[in-house]
Design a protein around this ligand. Structure first.
Ligand code: FAD
Ligand code: NAI
Length: 462
């Protein structure tokens, strides 16, 4: 048994960042993690492996579609799927190993195994009970499924199964046109799989700026993904060769069936709290099954806190990380804080899609007077040079004060470009502040400046 200032349960982006920050601030920290490697869902079966496969298949797409245009004459590349999965596993291992190194460097104890909380101030792992002044639950989330759909992780898979299929399927049905469905759907479409995405709502990526969503769907269709929208999945049946997805149109109630070698269920994730013993402790939960917390991440039980996917808010690694930092600072007597109004979100397809702040739909619903500055990547020399002129940057600013309220991008490096706007928003900048900042030429970021200019007198290259 050991006594700690802080025990964190879960070593995902929320938990490991919390542990490191707390150790930096002088706390004695232990982290309980039941997985064989650190890093949580993000590093093991989420952000990192999906980005590795997106990268490899993007390169394949470039070789097949754009190399010859640039005078690079190669035989069409062949895919060695086992090696591609091996590359993905290497990327995972180097990242999870990196967290283990950081734990050692910061003198954080990894308490190996799944933990429960028998009483406030106590964490039990195996037969050992450890004491802690504070406990932070960062146990993350797991895939949710639908009634009538049984996951077997072979033919009917979640993202975890989709990241390690034994072979490249000829056909795949993806249920859910959210982030996982479109990222993993893109991976397989680029590998030659015929991908059909079935979505309950009438548009892909619910919550996203509607103009971006439409353009995104158009570009994905050009890449071969097919969409069946406004359709509720009723069930999935296993067949001799794969599975059949039974779905029903929400408009006319017509039922139809789709056969596929593999079905990816990507209809959202839910908080993971199994085995923690929260019921017995009386920890209050929200109606959506999340751990209820106050603004300082405290649960209803003194000394127990919760961060990341297990509590409310977007299920994003960087949101979990920022909450980890904030709660560590609060526990060390500082004033940790997360600005939920400026959390970027990114979809790592080609082109990338990124947004921060409010959408036009939200501004309209709030009845706020706003202006729109838009600039197409077709007017950006660098984007044209790399055959990625099809997206745009859209900046929304207050009609009177010019203060930036949101930005929505679809185009090359959108996931990196968005941070220029995020930083500007953190400083309360006006669109004119971005517009007057000198941007290097030729960079994709000039498109952001041009959109900011378009909020005022007008872009130069439009
Ligand atoms: P997790 O990362 O889920 O970590 C929780 C950890 O707690 C797990 O390792 C689990 O084993 C451990 N644990 C649970 N219970 C116990 C217990 N009782 N005792 C000990 N250990 C326990 N987000 C992004 O921002 N960008 C992306 O590109 C992105 N891509 C994704 C791709 C996929 C396919 C998926 C599934 C998710 C993706 N996400 C992405 C979401 C991101 O992975 C999560 O938001 C993030 O991992 C949440 O971090 P967390 O620390 O809250 O929990
Ligand atoms: P999601 O919430 O993004 O999308 C789920 C989709 O499934 C929605 O469009 C929803 O309308 C649809 N759906 C629900 N029920 C349905 C039904 N019966 N039939 C058809 N469609 C149905 O969830 P997803 O993609 O599973 O991702 C889970 C979480 O992981 C997300 O919250 C996301 O934040 C995170 N993530 C983030 C990534 C990133 O930041 N790049 C990448 C992957 C995941």
């Amino acid at each position: 048994m050991a006594t700690y200032d802080l025990i964190v349960i879960g070593a995902g982006p929320g938990g490991y960042v919390c542990a490191i920050r707390a150790a930096q601030l002088g706390l004695k920290v232990g982290v309980a993690e039941g997985r064989a490697t650190l890093g949580g869902a993000c590093l093991n079966v989420g952000c990192i492996p999906s980005k590795a496969l997106l990268h490899a298949t993007h390169e394949l797409h470039e070789a097949n579609h754009n190399f010859a245009r640039m005078g690079l004459m190669v035989d069409p590349p062949k895919v060695d799927w086992a090696r591609m999965l091996g590359y993905k596993d290497e990327v995972i291992a180097s990242n999870t190993g990196g967290i283990e190194f950081l734990f050692k460097k910061n003198k954080i104890d990894w308490i190996k195994g799944f933990a429960s909380i028998p009483a406030p101030g106590q964490v039990k792992v195996g037969d050992e009970t450890h004491e802690a002044r504070a406990i932070v639950i960062a146990s993350g989330s797991q895939s949710s499924t639908l009634p009538g759909v049984t996951i077997d992780e072979e033919v009917v898979v979640t993202s975890t199964g989709a990241l390690a299929l034994p072979s490249i399927p000829a056909t795949m049905v993806v249920i859910g046109a959210g982030v996982i469905g479109l990222e993993m759907g893109s991976v397989y479409a680029r590998l030659g799989t015929k991908v059909t995405v079935v979505e309950y709502l009438d548009a892909i990526t619910p919550g996203m700026d509607a103009e971006v969503s439409k353009q995104f769907q158009r570009l994905l269709q050009k890449q071969g993904l097919q969409f069946v929208l406004g359709t509720a999945v009723q069930g999935v049946e296993r067949t001799d060769t794969g599975a059949t997805v039974i779905h029903k149109s929400r408009k006319d109630g017509r039922e139809a069936r789709l056969d596929a070698d593999v079905v990816l269920v990507a209809t959202g994730r839910k908080p993971y709290v199994d085995g923690l013993g929260l019921d017995a402790l009386g920890v209050q939960m929200t109606p959506r099954g999340q751990i209820a917390t106050d603004a300082r991440f405290a649960t209803s039980v003194p000394g127990i806190y919760a961060i990341g996917d297990v509590r409310e808010g977007p299920m994003l690694a960087h949101k979990a990380e920022d909450e980890g930092t904030a709660v560590a600072e609060i526990l060390a007597g500082q004033h940790g804080h997360v600005n939920y109004g400026v959390i970027p979100s990114v979809i790592y397809t080609t082109p990338e899609v990124a947004s921060v702040g409010l959408t036009e739909e939200q501004l309209k619903a709030e009845g706020r007077a706003y202006k729109v500055g838009k600039f197409p990547f077709l007017g950006n020399a660098r984007a044209k040079a790399v055959f990625q002129g099809e997206g745009f940057v859209k900046i929304l600013a207050d009609a009177t004060t010019d203060r930036i309220l949101g930005a929505h991008l679809i185009g090359p490096m959108a996931g990196d470009l968005i941070h220029e706007v995020a930083v500007a928003m953190e400083f309360g900048a006006a669109a004119e502040d971005l517009a007057r900042t000198c941007h290097a030429h030729p960079t994709f970021s000039e498109a952001v400046r041009e959109a900011a200019l378009a909020c005022g007198d007008g872009a130069i290259h439009a």
